[in-house]
Design a protein around this ligand. Structure first.
Ligand SMILES: *Cc1c(COP(=O)(O)O)cnc(C)c1O
Length: 418
């Protein structure tokens, strides 16, 4: 085989041998550090994609790399057939961070969601006393909880769902943030409501103020478990350790993932109090890799970093700057922006460009961002970013948007300029 050197060489190879389940930006990363990645041609980009917030602490955070290297020299995999000296320490740290009694460790986000759904159903049968096979779980329209067959069964995104049936029954979908609709949907057999506190895949869709506290009250009143999927919104992204705490809410179960692995290994978990988690007994649920010593050591180090509160604080401190610079584009090529912490959804005027085109133009300006449906993009830089560095992102976006907007709004003036 000839030597691969350019971005295109690697992309062509991938195209031939890797399944086409993504349409990736044309950047081939060779090296990454902090908020920066460098491609195989030596170009440097500011990473405002952050692997969908799995890189909240940046690429290769020194404390996390050190924890991983140290653990590599001691033990990496045990399975839960025996114990490791890391699992208990990790679970204790994570339980403390999220304010729950117990942790069930898994690997990917989808597995954590599956685990939470299984716990909720089992709690429904064993504790709430629902008749066999009747458990119902309420989900939100526009949800994204992962890619397994059960999870896509209650997705309303045709891309995620079509041609994968037959679908898992037992789910009812209601409009996101619609408390009366949830109240109406709760019946005798309802065991849980699962939601994202902010819908990341929808472009940082934020429910109106009061929805989360209202849902908390409703779930308590109707003896229904509130399952809060914090896999993308949690662990500092919005300026609080858990996104539901932005409104002072505590859920019954949390699903965590993405940033929990520190950008090094996949680590996910369900957190719950003892009376809920106790429905899981030996042999009734598991994972070969879940809670392995390497994952636990990295996860523990992630918890230690987040316990300082400094990453959450930085996200909270930069929220206003982020919002103000993005809102300045409204009416000049941007229709709407939604910002919480260091997380922004930007709806670009669809007559100017698609989200995909916007992200391709941002690549040329040295910034990586995530294209979503239509003309919406998502910005989510590592929480280690400074205000000055954040301006690089908003300047790059301003540049690509204003350029197109001016060309369309004042065609003669831009024609003369060329
Ligand atoms: C990414 C994500 C998941 C799924 O996580 P995977 O690790 O990709 O399986 C679940 N829920 C939310 C909110 C997510 O953003």
């Amino acid at each position: 085989m000839t030597e691969l050197s350019t971005n295109q060489d690697f992309i062509d190879l991938e195209d031939r041998v890797a399944a086409h389940n993504y349409s990736s930006l044309p950047v081939v990363v060779e090296h990454a550090e902090g908020i920066w990645v460098t491609d195989v041609e030596g170009n440097r980009y500011l990473d405002a994609l952050s692997a969908h917030s799995a890189l909240n602490l940046g690429h290769r955070h020194p404390a996390l790399v050190a924890a991983a290297k140290d653990q590599l020299d001691r033990s990496t995999l045990t399975s839960r057939a025996i114990h490791s000296d890391q699992l208990g320490l990790f679970c204790a740290r994570l339980a403390g961070l999220v304010g729950k009694d117990m942790i069930l460790p898994m690997n990917t986000g989808a597995e954590a969601v599956e685990t939470a759904l299984k716990i909720a159903r089992k709690w429904g049968y064993l504790v709430k006393g629902i008749a066999p096979e009747q458990a119902e779980i309420i989900v939100m329209d526009g949800n994204f909880h992962g890619r397994t067959t059960t999870i896509i069964s209650f997705s309303d995104n045709p891309e995620a769902r079509d041609h994968y049936g037959p679908y898992t029954p037992g789910f009812v979908s209601v409009p996101f943030g619609d408390l009366p609709a949830i109240e109406a949907a709760i019946g005798e057999d309802t065991v849980a409501v699962i939601l994202e506190p902010v819908q990341g895949a929808q472009g940082v869709r934020i429910p109106k103020e009061g929805f989360l506290p209202g849902l908390r009250e409703l779930c308590t009143a109707r003896n229904v478990l509130m399952i809060d999927d914090e896999i993308q919104a949690g662990l500092g992204r919005v300026g609080t350790t858990l996104a539901c705490r932005y409104e002072g809410v505590e859920a019954d179960l949390y699903t965590l993932g993405k940033a929990l692995g520190g950008g090094i290994v996949p680590v996910s978990a369900v957190a719950a109090d003892r009376e809920v988690m106790e429905v899981i007994t030996p042999g009734t649920h598991g994972s070969t890799f879940g809670g392995n010593p390497l994952a636990a050591a990295v996860g523990k180090a992630v918890c230690d970093l987040l316990a300082t509160g400094e990453y959450q604080q930085n996200a909270a401190n930069l929220e206003n700057q982020f919002r103000e610079t993005l809102e300045a584009l409204i009416g000049r090529g941007v229709n709407e922006v939604r910002v919480r912490g260091l997380w922004a959804g930007v709806d670009i005027d669809p007559t100017l460009m698609t989200g995909k085109q916007a992200c391709e133009r941002l690549v040329k300006n040295g910034v990586l961002a995530m294209a979503l449906h239509g003309s919406t993009i998502r910005l989510a830089p590592p929480l280690t970013i400074t205000g000055e560095e954040l301006r690089i992102i908003t300047d790059a976006l301003t540049d690509i948007v204003l350029c197109r907007w001016a060309a369309i709004t004042y065609p003669m003036a831009s024609a003369r300029r060329v």
